[in-house]
Each structure stands twice: as structure tokens, then as C-alpha cells.
Ligand binder design. Structure first.
Ligand SMILES: Cc1cc2nc3c(=O)[nH]c(=O)nc-3n(C[C@H](O)[C@H](O)[C@H](O)COP(=O)(O)OP(=O)(O)OC[C@H]3O[C@@H](n4cnc5c(N)ncnc54)[C@H](O)[C@@H]3O)c2cc1C
Ligand SMILES: *[C@@H]1O[C@H](CO)[C@@H](O)[C@H](O)[C@H]1NC(C)=O
Ligand SMILES: *[C@@H]1O[C@H](CO)[C@@H](O)[C@H](O)[C@H]1NC(C)=O
Ligand SMILES: *[C@@H]1O[C@H](CO)[C@@H](O)[C@H](O)[C@H]1NC(C)=O
Ligand SMILES: *[C@@H]1O[C@H](CO)[C@@H](O)[C@H](O)[C@H]1NC(C)=O
Ligand SMILES: *[C@@H]1O[C@H](CO)[C@@H](O)[C@H](O)[C@H]1NC(C)=O
Length: 505
């Protein structure tokens, strides 16, 4: 099938050089898969047509990132990962193996966590969580989904900070920062990691913590997949898996009441860091309606805390607030998989005019999409989240810090995520364009009133963005230096093309 598509390309008049390059890389990718199949992990390599291969491809959250690699390898241990990396760096000669790394597969742009011609290392089989009572830590493998982590830890009445929708993956989340219901109390999730076990490009398995490989320890807190493959995370646990919260749904017409309530809420978080609020304005083409849903959550079991007083005054359609565990709340808060998706994100100073403009642009893009969309089922959404300075100021991470660069800022901010989903591939270019335009217009507006901030949250960023640049020049230089020290041949820059690369920041 792949050979035929190359022949077809030739028939379509593509340059012979292009066809030759394609054939060469496909030949090389096959050679890499053959080498893996004859290595110690041979029985963990799966090919198109194999049930495990189809399950793996189908388990990415967004339809548009479900690329079809030449083969997929599913390691069960750090030793397996080491074998895979050593095989892929020693095969291929002049045409080195290209590969991708994935954990939960929730990043939404094609190629970040997968590859078309090459090998995908799928860490899904490495998914256990073990609680260490003495140390009050949890050892979590990268292929776990947060719901399984919470479920395991609930038995001990402890939590770790993680995703707010259950199926989100652990591996990518922790490498990009990680926002959670608990962030205002205990910092971003990456600041709660006490040890990383990492397979380096050489195949060597090392630990990184506040005493060993300290530079790597710091760089992994935000630096994504530029250094190696993390095969285990050791997270500090926090007491009490029992919260109060749920989802409250409002009419679109309450927007003018939501905005002042939110601005005030963001500035008040430092007085009550137990309170977490998210706002989702979502238009759905099948209902032709925009609704506002707010997950409001309190990270101790207290009903109707004062922190949300202004929101209680806004008339709601339904509300599921209740006493519940973290596992239960994150099982409720889901976003449908199986769509084509694009995310773009930016950060702004906490300001009512920015929020009003955020919603105005959302409404304009809905009107722009209506006459042009070919599919029937699509959604245009904005997710607004507080980004108060307490997220990085209260938790200085045992003095080591991270590479996000947030410590340069001393203001309460908010984060905007434009999140579009659609069912028809024919609409890919349309929604990508509208979403990029929306973000650019909002950025321009915020700059014009001096409310723009250059930080871009990597875990929500699109391929068209450059989140590492937002970390600041000093952090980029540090990430670059650590990447060169631990990966001198640049394997994770060139042989692993997916994700946000420091060499391109
Ligand atoms: C429905 C939904 C809900 C979300 N909720 C939240 C939320 O509550 N809070 C939040 O902060 N973010 C949230 N996110 C964003 C989320 O943090 C990112 O999508 C993140 O990448 C998910 O991790 P993953 O393991 O699924 O990543 P993947 O898509 O598997 O990987 C992402 C990137 O990390 C790299 N990578 C993954 N694992 C490893 C590893 N072990 N070693 C080295 N590199 C690796 C990959 O190569 C890739 O470039 C959400 C996303 C979605 C789609
Ligand atoms: C978790 O890993 C085990 C093997 O270690 C595997 O059987 C199981 O399918 C994995 N779970 C998921 C959800 O991938
Ligand atoms: C939502 O409300 C805004 C006014 O705030 C309005 O302009 C817009 O048309 C509404 N959207 C829908 C889909 O009704
Ligand atoms: C939702 O509205 C009902 C009244 O209809 C009110 O009693 C309840 O407190 C509201 N819930 C929230 C979370 O605002
Ligand atoms: C969450 O708790 C509610 C009861 O409050 C229950 O109905 C629901 O089934 C629970 N969900 C899960 C996934 O356990
Ligand atoms: C739109 O709403 C319908 C009906 O509730 C739902 O089935 C569908 O998943 C939604 N579409 C999107 C893109 O979220």
C-alpha cells in the first residue's frame, strides 16, 4: 500500500528526488522495524493489521493525530525502552531511524506524539501506580492515565496533582507543567515530581532528582521530550482525596455576569487556594447553542465555600456540585474523543476587557464557520482558566525550580485556550485557520492595551506556536545546554522530530 502511494505520487508528477527520498525513508523505517523485531523486544513490536496496532492508533484522543507508523513498539519496562533506543540509534546508517514517543496520546497536533514513516514508542503498557507509605510518594509510570492514578491512591486517601479529565496521560502532562485542581495550593504538577527515571539517547537509565543529575531534574520540569524518555515519575502525595465540586451549566446570556465574577475570583485565589474554577464557553453546531459550563471544585470537603459566592448569584441551568473524590470528579469531567481537534493558547493579565474580547472573538468565529463548515457536528469553544502568581510563587519546588520562566512575572494572569473540534476531514484547513486567527486577534488586542504575556502553556500549544520561546532566553539556553549534555548526538532533536524542540525555539 505504501509502495503504491509512492508510485501514485510519481504518476502525479512529483519530483523524482522527492519520490526517491520517500522510498529511502520508507526503506529505512522498515529496516528499523526489522531490527526491533529481531531484538530482545521483538515480541512487543506490532504492525498494521495487527489488533494491538489498531488499538494503539485508535487510542489517541484526537482523530487527526492518529497517524500510521511503520511499526509500533510497546515496551513493558525501562530496560525494554533502553533496548528500543539502542536499536533505533544503531540501525539505518546514513538514514537514521525516525521515531516518536507517546504516553496518553492527548496532545492535539499531528506528529507531536506519533509519526507516519517511522517507529512509535507507545508507553501505554507501562501504566502502574504504586504508593510508598513511608516516603509519602507515588511511583507512577508514564503510560498511566490520571483516572487510574487517582483510583489507586484514593484507597490511601491521598492525591497527586494531575489532569482534571480522567483519561489524560501522565507522561506528557508532567513534562509540560501540569495544571490541576490543586495547583494554587501545591504548585504545578511538575513541581511535585521528586524523581525522574530517564532512558537517555545512549540507552543508559539514569535518575534525576535534587541530588543526582540536578540540571536534568530541573530541565524536565517544563522541557518536554528534549532529553530522553521518562520511564518513571516519583510524585509527592498530598492528603485528602475528598473534595467538593462538580459542573454548573449556565446560559450564554450570563456572560456579562461571569466576567466580573471571574476577575475578582482570580485576584482572590491567594486568599483561598483551595478554590478552583474553569470556564468553558462552548458552541455546538448540532444544537446551534452556546452554553457556559464551569467545573467549580474545592480541594477540601466543604460545601458551598465563600470563594465562589459571586458565581452562586448567577442563575444556572443545572449543577452537579456535591461531595466527591478526585477520581469521581475527574470521571465526570470528560471531553469527547474521536473528533479532529485544534488547541491554541495564550496568557494575559487578569482583566475584564481581555475576557470580553475573548468571548467576542469566539462569537465572531462561530458566525464565520457556519456558512463554510462541511461537516454536521462541530464545536467552537474557549476554555478560560485562572493563572494566578500563587501557582509559581507559593511553591518554589525545593529550591530547584523549573524551566517555565514564570518566576519572571509578578501578576495574576489568566489563560485562554481556543479549542475547536469537528467531524469532517474536509474542514481541517477551515478550523485550523479560524482558530489561529482567533488567537492572533486576541493577542493583538491584549498587546494594544498592554495586557499580553509571552508565556504559552506547552501542553495546550499548537504546532504553529513556540511555547519554549515564552520561557525566556535564559531558560532556553539552559534547556539547550542540558539537552546537549545528556544527548550529545542530538537524537531527540533530529531522530525524534515530534514535539516542541529546543533546537527550533
Ligand atoms: C481532554 C483533555 C484534557 C486535558 N486536561 C488537562 C488538565 O487538566 N491540565 C493540564 O495541565 N493539561 C491538560 N490537558 C493537556 C495535556 O497536559 C497534554 O495533552 C499532555 O500532552 C497530555 O499528556 P499525554 O501523556 O497524553 O501526552 P502525549 O500526547 O502522549 O505526549 C505529549 C508530548 O510529550 C512527549 N512525551 C510523552 N511521554 C513522554 C515520556 N515518557 N518521555 C518523554 N517524552 C514524552 C511526547 O513525545 C509528546 O511530544 C488536557 C488535554 C486534553 C486533550
Ligand atoms: C496497562 O498495562 C498492562 C500491561 O502492563 C496492559 O495489559 C493494559 O492493557 C494496560 N492498560 C491500558 C489502559 O493500556
Ligand atoms: C451568545 O451571546 C452573545 C452576547 O454575549 C451573542 O452575541 C451570541 O450571539 C450568543 N451566541 C449564541 C450562539 O446564541
Ligand atoms: C444553581 O441554581 C440553584 C437554584 O436553581 C441554586 O440553589 C444553586 O445554589 C446553584 N448552584 C450553584 C453551584 O451556583
Ligand atoms: C461518582 O459519584 C456519584 C454519586 O455521587 C455516582 O453516581 C457516580 O457513579 C460516581 N462515578 C464514578 C465514575 O464512580
Ligand atoms: C454536540 O452535541 C451533541 C449532542 O449533545 C454531542 O453528541 C456531540 O458530541 C457534540 N459535538 C461536539 C463536537 O462536541
Amino acid at each position: 500500500m505504501r509502495f503504491n502511494s509512492t508510485v501514485a505520487a510519481a504518476l502525479l508528477g512529483l519530483a523524482p528526488e522527492y519520490v526517491l527520498a520517500n522510498l529511502l525513508s520508507e526503506g529505512s523505517a522498515h529496516q528499523c522495524c526489522v531490527a526491533l523485531s529481531s531484538s530482545d523486544v521483538g515480541n512487543k513490536v506490532v504492525y498494521p493489521g495487527n489488533a494491538a496496532y489498531e488499538t494503539s492508533v485508535g487510542s489517541y484522543w484526537a482523530e487527526n493525530v492518529q497517524l500510521e507508523p511503520t511499526c509500533i513498539v510497546q515496551p513493558h519496562s525501562a530496560d525494554d525502552v533502553s533496548t528500543v533506543v539502542q536499536t533505533l540509534t544503531s540501525t539505518g546508517g546514513d538514514s537514521p531511524c525516525k521515531f516518536a514517543v507517546r504516553s496518553g496520546g492527548h496532545m492535539t497536533w499531528a506528529g507531536a506524539n506519533n509519526i507516519d514513516t517511522g517507529v512509535t514508542i507507545d508507553l501505554s503498557m507501562m501504566n502502574s501506580t504504586v504508593y510508598n507509605k513511608e516516603a509519602k510518594t507515588a511511583s507512577i509510570l508514564p503510560g498511566a492515565r490520571w483516572q487510574s492514578v487517582y483510583k489507586t491512591l484514593e484507597e490511601y486517601n491521598v492525591i497527586v496533582p494531575g489532569g482534571r479529565t480522567g483519561p489524560v496521560g501522565v507522561g506528557g502532562f508532567l513534562l509540560g507543567g501540569g495544571n490541576s485542581f490543586h495547583a494554587a495550593r501545591i504548585g504545578l504538577a511538575c513541581d511535585n515530581v521528586e524523581n525522574y527515571e530517564v532512558v537517555l539517547a545512549s540507552g543508559r537509565i539514569v535518575n534525576a532528582n535534587s541530588e543526582t543529575n540536578v540540571d536534568l531534574f530541573k530541565a524536565l520540569k517544563g522541557g518536554s521530550n528534549n532529553f530522553g524518555i521518562v520511564t518513571k515519575y516519583e510524585l509527592k502525595t498530598t492528603d485528602n482525596a475528598h473534595l467538593w465540586g462538580g459542573i454548573t451549566v449556565y446560559e450564554n446570556s450570563t456572560t456579562d455576569q461571569q466576567i466580573p465574577a471571574l476577575v475578582k475570583f482570580i485576584d482572590n485565589i491567594e486568599n483561598d487556594p483551595y478554590a478552583s474554577w474553569i470556564g468553558l464557553w462552548q458552541y455546538n453546531s448540532t444544537t446551534d447553542k452556546t452554553l457556559i459550563s464551569s467545573p467549580i471544585d474545592y480541594t477540601k470537603p466543604v460545601a458551598y465555600p465563600e470563594a465562589f459566592n459571586d458565581f452562586y448569584q448567577i442563575p444556572n441551568i443545572t449543577s452537579s456540585v456535591r461531595h466527591a473524590t478526585l477520581y469521581n470528579l475527574t470521571s465526570e469531567l470528560q471531553q469527547a474523543d474521536g473528533y479532529r481537534d485544534v488547541f491554541l493558547t495564550s496568557t494575559y493579565l487578569n482583566n475584564a476587557n481581555v475576557l470580553k474580547k475573548t468571548i467576542d472573538i469566539l462569537n465572531e468565529k462561530i458566525l464565520a464557520a457556519k456558512p463554510l463548515a462541511q461537516g454536521k457536528d462541530w464545536s467552537i469553544m474557549v476554555i478560560i482558566q485562572p493563572w494566578p502568581k500563587i501557582l509559581w510563587q507559593r511553591n518554589q519546588n525545593n529550591g530547584v525550580g523549573n524551566v517555565l520562566g514564570l518566576d519572571r512575572f509578578d501578576e495574576n494572569m489568566l489563560q485562554v485556550l481556543y479549542d475547536y473540534s469537528w467531524d469532517s476531514e474536509a474542514d481541517d484547513a477551515l478550523f485550523q485557520r479560524l482558530c489561529e486567527e482567533a488567537m492572533a486577534e486576541l493577542d493583538d488586542y491584549a498587546k494594544s492595551i498592554d495586557k499580553y504575556n509571552e508565556y504559552i502553556y506547552l501542553n495546550y500549544a499548537d504546532k504553529s506556536q513556540n511555547p519554549l520561546r515564552g520561557y525566556g532566553a535564559e531558560n532556553i539556553a539552559f534547556i539547550q545546554e542540558v539537552a546537549e549534555r545528556y544527548d550529545p548526538d542530538g537524537v531527540f532533536q533530529t531522530q525524534v522530530p515530534g514535539g516542541f524542540k529546543v533546537s527550533q525555539a
